[in-house]
Design a protein around this ligand. Structure first.
Ligand SMILES: Cc1ncc(COP(=O)(O)O)c(C=O)c1O
Length: 393
């Protein structure tokens, strides 16, 4: 493997698994379930961890290793493990690092499936949880108990774009000897590096901006070596491994992550500024707008705002569905972080089963629209949104 020896964007391009005898320029796809040995002694030594040879693709694979090495270089992490989806990365980080009788403190503004894992499954295995309001990190310390093992946050959160000061949470975590686990899916390591701010592990849905073209599912967890060792041990036996094909796609995607995130952020800021003050909108939320409640924290810990912009339609819930129907170019789909711009209305779709009060708790209002700003010309994105706003009043 090429060493982590350059600046982050160069590492994302240049880290590469060892060349085969063909001396290929681009990494080939290693579609193999297992790996072979010349003799019994080599096989014994490999199983005894005395060599770097691969054994079985559920444990490791050259494509998956290349992807993980790149993410580690980008995040400034010691080690990592890649999984089949973002949810399996989040799940493995909980299951490997907590035991029955432990307690998790999590922000309540988190992705819906993560909320389900925390509230429905962790208690089933004897792991307790407490939620805090992400806008009130000063309440976290009071929630910590002798059995608290981990603090979990998404920043910015999905879908409400709420932001929390990671270095403040790291101080609390270190004081109490607790793991700080940050889902860095929305910002990506290009815009924010949680480990530099004190996080101990970082989880990702690689399905989103890392892939960036809506093709494959993937997840990755990186961080402190001793913690990743536990996660690796859990995953090696339980089997949520990333497929070599997905790793091959995702590793190639990381080569363009820096330029893509710069363009997504630039277009999203242009869009957010253009929508502020629109007569059909109550508010616009974007990390790099001065009107964002945590703008100062965003400026401190992020180098760009990312590709998600949220706004509230004046007409509430009904306007939300009318707005989606009026769009001509933006896609209606259950994904984000794509080269194609996407619109979603959480109150009538992903969060339709919640009451208004429950939605408010996770940062979702009735007429809230989430735009994942793609790589099209920003004027085309803006014009489609403006005409849909006019036609959905
Ligand atoms: C912040 C965040 N974390 C985790 C996930 C789960 O990722 P996946 O869909 O790859 O399992 C998502 C998916 O939208 C997400 O937005």
């Amino acid at each position: 493997m090429e060493k982590n020896q350059y600046r982050p964007e160069t590492n994302a391009v240049r880290i590469q698994t060892e060349k085969t005898w063909q001396m290929e320029h681009s990494t080939p796809l290693f579609l193999t379930s297992s790996f072979t040995y010349d003799n019994a002694e080599e096989m014994r030594a490999t199983f005894a961890d005395e060599t770097d040879n691969n054994i079985y693709t559920r444990f490791s694979n050259p494509n998956v290793d290349e992807f993980v090495h790149k993410v580690c270089a980008l995040e400034g992490a010691e080690a990592g493990y890649a999984t089949a989806s973002g949810m399996s990365a989040v799940f493995a980080s909980f299951m490997a690092l907590m035991n029955a009788g432990d307690h998790l403190v999590s922000a309540s503004s988190i992705f819906g499936s993560t909320h389900t894992v925390i509230t429905k499954f962790l208690p089933k295995w004897g792991i307790e949880y407490s939620y805090f309001d992400i806008n009130k990190p000063e309440t976290v310390e009071a929630l910590i108990r002798p059995n608290t093992k981990m603090i979990f946050v998404e920043t910015p959160s999905n879908p409400g774009l709420e932001i929390v000061d990671m270095s403040l949470l790291a101080q609390i975590a270190n004081k109490h000897n607790i793991i700080l686990n940050v889902d860095n899916c929305f910002a990506t390591p290009v815009l924010q590096r949680p480990i530099a701010d004190g996080a101990h592990i970082v989880t990702h849905s690689a399905t989103k901006w890392m892939d960036g073209q809506g093709r494959v599912l993937g997840g990755v967890v990186v961080g402190r070596k001793d913690l990743i060792k536990e996660i690796y041990s859990f995953c090696r036996s339980t089997g949520p491994a990333m497929s070599p094909f997905n790793a091959w796609v995702l590793s190639k995607s990381l080569e363009t992550l820096h330029i893509r995130m710069a363009r997504h952020s630039e277009s999203a800021l242009t869009l957010a500024k253009a929508l502020e003050g629109n007569p059909n909108i109550t508010w616009v939320k974007y990390p790099m707008l001065e009107s964002h409640p945590q703008y100062a924290i965003a400026k401190k810990q992020m180098s760009g705002g990312g590709g998600i912009v949220c706004f509230e339609l004046k007409g509430g819930l009904q306007s939300g569905t009318r707005f989606l129907d009026a769009l001509k170019m933006l896609t209606l789909t259950a994904n984000l972080g794509d080269s194609r711009s996407i619109a979603s209305h959480p109150a009538s779709t992903t969060h339709a089963k919640l009451t208004d009060a429950e939605r408010a708790k996770v940062g979702i209002t009735p007429g809230m629209i989430r735009i994942s700003v793609g790589l099209e010309n920003v004027q085309d994105i803006l014009e489609d949104i403006l005409q849909a706003l006019e036609n959905s009043k």
